[in-house]
Design a protein around this ligand. Structure first.
Ligand code: R5P
Length: 296
């Protein structure tokens, strides 16, 4: 097996290779003045099972393009199979046509990966597990969706959040709060978030929770602008929660997001290394390495 840590996941790619006990082979990479990427493999791949680790944030378009360039090159040079490990898969939120004539971006991304020779795709906490299954049905590439939630919950348990209440900011992420509650043991619930499909405006229906004096954790798949997380944290603080943590698998780290969430009262903000940020205290390397051992 050849593990290639892509330019956007050098650290994680290295850790995955280490967990698998193989030497990592990062690509040679330069960015031209106009923003295009030059890439070159550093190890022959003919007949090899190739694993490319490349997250797709920040700058999803260029990160995705780099992944396609690496995968197609591995295919051209005779790789036996190509597994793309894309811990944060960009474009997964547009997983159905919410409005007429919209793009179905998740479907396009799978088509591009497939055309570049990718046979298996490993992702972590994709936005919606059900949608990936319906989109996957139109493709040959096999999608393996892993969950980092137990790792986040275990970390928080050791950091004083044992028996904390788990909350998701919308019903779609309830499964995350539920999985976390199995580890934290303090019960779980969700708020009702609605998003205006045209303006993007978020409204959150807040339930009264018996949370006064208790610790709580808001779990979501991702933090982008921080608006969703901040609203949920604020509601828990307003209801008297003693301490509230903000936890998610992917932090896209948009400007102002951290300030918004801290101002709402969250401490700590916790995430994984699917995208490297100052909040990446939990690594998904072992989780991914175990999956790779199983499927390759
Ligand atoms: C959406 O349904 C996701 O699960 C997240 O809640 C959302 O993407 C977070 O976005 P933001 O941080 O911009 O509110």
């Amino acid at each position: 097996m050849i593990v290639i840590p892509g330019p956007s996941s050098l650290g994680l790619g290295w850790r995955i290779a280490e967990a698998l006990g193989v030497e990592p082979h990062p690509v040679e990479h330069r960015v031209f003045p106009d923003g295009e990427s030059y890439l070159k493999l550093t190890k022959p791949v003919a007949g090899e099972k190739v694993v490319i680790v490349q997250t797709t944030a920040p700058n999803p378009d260029s990160k995705l393009m780099q992944l396609l360039l690496i995968a197609k090159t591995a295919k051209d040079f005779g790789a036996n199979s190509i597994t793309a490990v894309v811990p944060y898969l960009a474009y997964a939120r547009q997983d159905k046509r919410f409005l007429d004539l919209e793009v179905l971006s998740l479907d396009v991304v799978l088509s591009l990966l497939e055309a570049s020779g990718v046979t298996d795709l490993v992702v972590v906490n994709i936005h919606n597990e059900a949608s990936i299954r319906s989109v996957e049905a139109n493709h040959v590439v096999k999608v393996h969706n892993l969950s980092a939630v137990p790792l986040l919950a275990e970390y928080l348990k050791k950091e004083g959040f044992d028996k904390a209440y788990s909350l998701s900011p919308d019903k779609g992420a309830l499964y995350i709060a539920e999985a976390a509650a199995k580890i934290l043991g303090g019960g779980y619930n969700y708020f009702e978030k609605t998003r205006d499909r045209k303006t993007g405006e978020i409204k959150m229906g807040i339930k009264d929770l018996d949370i006064a004096g208790h610790r709580a954790v808001v779990f979501d798949d991702m933090i982008s602008t921080g608006g969703t997380m901040a609203k949920a944290v604020e509601a828990l603080v307003d209801q008297g929660a003693e301490k509230v943590a903000a936890s998610c698998t992917h932090v896209l780290y948009m400007p102002g997001a951290e300030e918004k969430i801290r101002k709402a009262g969250a401490d700590p903000i916790l995430s994984t290394d699917t995208i490297e940020t100052p909040f990446s205290k939990v690594t998904v390397s072992g989780l991914i390495a175990d999956k790779l051992k199983e499927i390759i």
